[in-house]
Design a binder for this molecule. Structure first.
Ligand code: MBD
Ligand code: FE
Length: 282
C-alpha cells in the first residue's frame, strides 16, 4: 500500500503542473508591449544582480543546473506560488474593502463534493487530528448577510499532506464546497491541519537547504468564498501560537488572517468563528 510518507517532490510537482494546465486558461491577452516591458525588467534585474554580486561561472552554472531541475521536478508551480504569488495577490487585491485575501498556492482542486451547512468535510473514519468546528457568516461591506454564499475549503491533514498530491489519501479528503444558509451562515466540521513543510527532496528543497532557510508554512485552511454579485475571495486562515505564523516561507500570513480557536470541552476539539466580508462586483 502506498502511504503519505512516500510523497515525493516530483510526484506532487507533476500533480500541481497538471492541475495548473487544466484550470488556468492563459490566453494571449498580454500585449507585445507589456511582455517586452515585464520580461525586459526581469532580465535586467538578473543582469544587475550578476554585475553587482560579481557572479562567477561556477555560480552561473549552478543556477543553470538548478533551473533545469526545477523543470524536471515539475516544481515551477511550487516555486512561483511560494516566492512570487504573494506580491501578485497584493497588487490584485489592493483595492478591496472586505476581508483580506492571500495566495491560492498549488493545491486547489475545483468542484469538490458539495454539501449544505452544517457540513463535515470528507475525511477518513480514523482521521487523525484535533476536531475543529469552523463557522461564520458571509456578508457584504455594509455588514448585510449574503444569501447564496459558497465556501470552498481545502487543507492538509494532521501530517501536512494534501489529498490528490500525496499518495494513499482518499480523493477528496479534507476538501469540500459548502453552501451557506439564507443568511450566509455556515458551519464546517473538520480537523486542525498541521504545519506544512514544502517538499524537501526536490529543486525547491535543494534551494532552501543550500541557503540555510527553512521549508515551513504555518498550519492553514485554504478558502475560496463567493456569493452572487460579489467578488470571490481566495484566502487562507492560520492559527495563533503557531511558530511559523511569524516566518512563513511563502510570505502569505496577514495579521487579520490569524484565528484563535477555543476549546469546546468534553473532548469535542476546538471551534472558531470567522466572518467573510465580500466586495461587490465591479
Ligand atoms: C502549500 O500548501 C501552500 O499553501 C503553498 C502556498 C505552497 C506550497 C504548499
Ligand atoms: Fe497550502
Amino acid at each position: 500500500m502506498t502511504t503519505e510518507s512516500q510523497a515525493t517532490a516530483a510526484a506532487s510537482g507533476a500533480g500541481a503542473t497538471a492541475r495548473f494546465r487544466e484550470d488556468k486558461h492563459v490566453s494571449a491577452a498580454t500585449s507585445q508591449e507589456r511582455v517586452s516591458a515585464l520580461a525586459g525588467r526581469i532580465i535586467k534585474a538578473i543582469n544587475d544582480t550578476v554585475i553587482d554580486e560579481k557572479v562567477t561561472y561556477d555560480e552561473y552554472n549552478a543556477l543553470k543546473s538548478w533551473l533545469i531541475r526545477v523543470g524536471e521536478d515539475g516544481e515551477w508551480p511550487l516555486f512561483l506560488d511560494v516566492w512570487v504569488e504573494h506580491s501578485v495577490e497584493e497588487v490584485a487585491n489592493a483595492n478591496r474593502h472586505g476581508s483580506k485575501g492571500t495566495i491560492e498556492g498549488p493545491y486547489y482542486i475545483p468542484n469538490a463534493p458539495s454539501q449544505n451547512t452544517p457540513a463535515t468535510l470528507p475525511m477518513r473514519d480514523d482521521e487523525p487530528g484535533t476536531p475543529l468546528l469552523f463557522q461564520g457568516q458571509v456578508k457584504n461591506v455594509a455588514g448585510e448577510p449574503l444569501p447564496g454564499a459558497l465556501i470552498e475549503l481545502w487543507h492538509a491533514d494532521d501530517l501536512g499532506f494534501y489529498s490528490q498530491f500525496a499518495p494513499g489519501l482518499p480523493e477528496w479528503n479534507l476538501r469540500g464546497s459548502v453552501n451557506a444558509d439564507d443568511e450566509g451562515k455556515f458551519q464546517v466540521n473538520t480537523i486542525q491541519p498541521a504545519p506544512y513543510q514544502i517538499p524537501t527532496d526536490g529543486a525547491c528543497g535543494a534551494l532552501i537547504a543550500a541557503s540555510g532557510w527553512h521549508a515551513w508554512r504555518p498550519a492553514h485552511l485554504h478558502l475560496k468564498v463567493s456569493a452572487p454579485g460579489h467578488q470571490l475571495i481566495t484566502t487562507q486562515l492560520y492559527f495563533q501560537g503557531d511558530e511559523h505564523v511569524a516566518d512563513d516561507i511563502a510570505s502569505a500570513v496577514k495579521p487579520e488572517l490569524v484565528l484563535a480557536p477555543t476549546d469546546r470541552g468534553a473532548g469535542n476539539g476546538r471551534e472558531v468563528t470567522y466572518d467573510f466580508i465580500l466586495d461587490p462586483e465591479d
